[in-house]
Design a protein around this ligand. Sequence first.
Ligand code: NAD
Length: 343
Amino acid sequence: MKVAVFSTKSYDSEFLDAANAAAQANHDFVYFDTRLSPKTASLAADFPAVCVFVNDDVGAETLEILAEQGTRFIALRSTGFNHVDLKTAAELGIKVARVTVYSPFSVAEHAVGLVLMLNRRLYRAYNRVRDDNFSLEGLLGFDLHDSTVGVIGTGKIGIIFAQIMQGFGCYLLGYDAFPNPKFEEINNARYVQLPELFANADIISLHCPLTPETYHLIDANAIAQMKPGMMLINTSRGGLIDTKAVIEGIKSGKIGNLGIDVYEQEDELFFRDLSDTVILDDDFQLLQSFPNVVITAHQAFFTRNALSDISNTTVANITEVEQGHPLKNEISYQLSVSIATSG
Ligand code: NAD
């Protein structure tokens, strides 16, 4: 099948080509490094399938152009689908499939990496030693052992994050709209309601999806309930956090450490080299200026294992459509509503 692949980086084409060859699928991937948007949708004219990543614009306007040009299938190279207007896609007869599962270890391990980096100020220590500055001032951390970690969203990634933190000797408080029995099988783990989690956690890590219910879950009201000096980690979706409220939380000392791999306005920034330009996002620049904030640019998924899983599933999804087989990983509007309301 002829597929227009948007937001292509070198690693996307490398892993997609390898998966295409391994499956002997013979899909005709045409790679575009530009992002999909109403302005670039014309590149996909006459392509029956389009393949996109998390910051491509798959809103109503783009979908209408794609449908007009003959596209009937969209393959997401992601688990999250909050960037797709599934209702409009359904109305236009465009099917959408996602990568339901790929290495959850990639994201959970990155979240743990942010915890360690912030707690022991490894980013500052690395630069200092390179500068022959061997002072320890400002590098003081705390033992993770015996600390309390709140995990919001205990699905595939949240469970693995919790298991790793249990290995450090942490106590775990979980919150999930749809509790997962596997969580309470972990030693020293129990479910609580959000106010108890906010009040007692030294570290809070977000692993729930972005839905209308979870939008700005971490707002001024939530932050007011948290322990002074707590650490907040977000590797899930930027919209879970009210950035302005978090900035105030850092200024007041309520939030002692912030580690984020996702940012609400990241589609203006991430996955590009902007080192030669002036960044106009004042909130982002302010966050960058704080000594207790570490930002990575949506790289938590970025392991060989995860890229291989994503590419293999994407090729299989396209093959199912080409061969007219049932689309196992289809994400329909009805299914998306039920995922948001049933977990
Ligand atoms: P999952 O579906 O296995 O788990 C999500 C959990 O969140 C479920 O247990 C669900 O019940 C829970 N949940 C749903 N609504 C909730 C609510 N209102 N309050 C609390 N919990 C709620 O998903 P996963 O594979 O563990 O992925 C979690 C998130 O990680 C994804 O939604 C995605 O946004 C993010 N992610 C980020 C990256 C990255 O590179 N940074 C990569 C992959 C996934």
